[in-house]
Design a protein around this ligand. Structure first.
Ligand code: NAP
Ligand code: 8YV
Length: 320
């Protein structure tokens, strides 16, 4: 029997490619001289796609008539049209849970870096300025802050657990109340923003959350406001944020994600009081390896046992 063919439209970790290549035929588009010709040549035999950060839309899915599974590297799968996949009978998997603690750790780091201006302080030391003067006091502190989480899912809960031990007041917004949690729930995001002075955003990207954090939310957060975004760039109206930072509508922001990665607006780069990270929420070797393994395990489990391990919500139960 011929081995299933697996298509990788974008560069994938070698842990994924090497393991899959030991069992199946793997076609990497990153290596192809003519991508379109390569897709046309292999289209009929492709039964799985492994992907990260590249658009997998209806047109792409329809071009692969025997495709059964799209295995996404990452818990966020906003680049994959999972509803179209479900309609076409293609299942989609992601990599939940294995990165919760890492992303939560990064979020706390980013929050502290932002509030206490730690990257600015390091730049000051490295520039040799310490011998001449002391680094200015940070204008604010984490202590006494009221923190609102936008999103209280797997990662949100892990962030909240950490924040509890810092003694800050915690509340959250999501579409549904999580009844087992002790934090104050706001069904209205504007009301949450008005109640707190720090927002930590950890919802999925996509149409439903596009520009959820907009000018009115930033205005409600107020002049002492700190915005931390570890979700997706699309969740924050970047132009409104830049405007709010310029005009003192909020105090500062810590961003791990941007609307048009890897492009970061020069206006943000020029601001010394914000903290900007290159999407490193889960980016440690052990966590990325665990994510890679889950991509492989989903594909293998599907082909060997007819069951994916971590299908996304859109995948019909009959395929799970
Ligand atoms: P999750 O368990 O599905 O949690 C998502 C949370 O967002 C839930 O509380 C959900 O609650 C809420 N939510 C969803 N849609 C919403 C909406 N329209 N309005 C308000 N709240 C909404 O997901 P997770 O595993 O925690 O991951 C969350 C996201 O983090 C991922 O999708 C990804 O985009 C991002 N992420 C980023 C990094 C990074 O490197 N920066 C790493 C990992 C993940 P309701 O359903 O009740 O609304
Ligand atoms: C990854 C992420 O950096 O899991 C996610 O949703 O954003 C990150 O863990 C990304 O998916 C890799 O492309």
């Amino acid at each position: 029997m011929t081995r299933p063919a697996i298509l990788a439209p974008a560069s994938m970790p070698s842990l994924v490619i090497d393991q899959l290549a030991s069992r199946y035929e793997v076609i990497e588009l990153a290596d192809a001289e003519d991508r379109a010709a390569t897709v046309r040549e292999c289209a009929g035999r492709v039964r799985a796609v492994v992907t990260q950060g590249t658009l997998i839309d209806r047109e792409f899915l329809q071009a692969l008539p025997n495709l059964q599974i799209v295995a996404n590297f990452g818990v966020g799968y906003d680049m994959v049209d999972a509803s179209a996949a479900a309609e076409l009978g293609i299942l989609v998997t992601n990599t939940p849970d294995v990165l919760n603690e890492e992303v939560a750790d990064t979020t706390i780091g980013l929050l502290l870096m932002t509030i206490r201006q730690l990257s600015r302080a390091e730049r000051f030391l490295r520039a040799g300025l310490w011998s001449g003067e002391s680094f200015p006091l940070s204008p604010t502190s984490l202590q006494g802050r009221r923190v609102g989480l936008v999103g209280m899912g797997r990662i949100g809960e892990a962030i909240a657990r950490r924040l509890q031990s810092f003694g800050v007041e915690l509340s959250y917004h999501a579409r549904h109340r999580r009844t087992h949690l002790p934090y104050a729930y706001f069904d209205d995001l504007l009301a949450l923003a008005a109640e707190v002075d720090t927002l930590v955003v950890i919802v999925p990207g996509g149409e439903q959350t596009h520009h959820l954090i907009n000018q009115p939310v930033l205005a409600a957060l107020g002049q002492q406001g700190i915005l931390i975004n570890v979700a997706r760039g699309s969740v924050v109206d970047e132009a409104a944020l830049i405007d709010a930072l310029h005009n003192g509508v909020i105090l500062s922001a810590g961003l791990d994600v941007f609307e048009h990665e890897p492009d970061v607006p020069q206006a943000l780069i020029d601001m010394d009081h914000v903290v900007l990270l290159p999407h490193v929420g889960s980016a440690s070797r052990p966590t990325r390896n665990a994510m890679s393994q889950l991509v492989v395990d989903n594909v293998v489990s599907w082909f060997e046992h007819g069951k994916p391990l971590t299908p996304v919500a859109e995948t019909p139960h009959s395929a799970q």
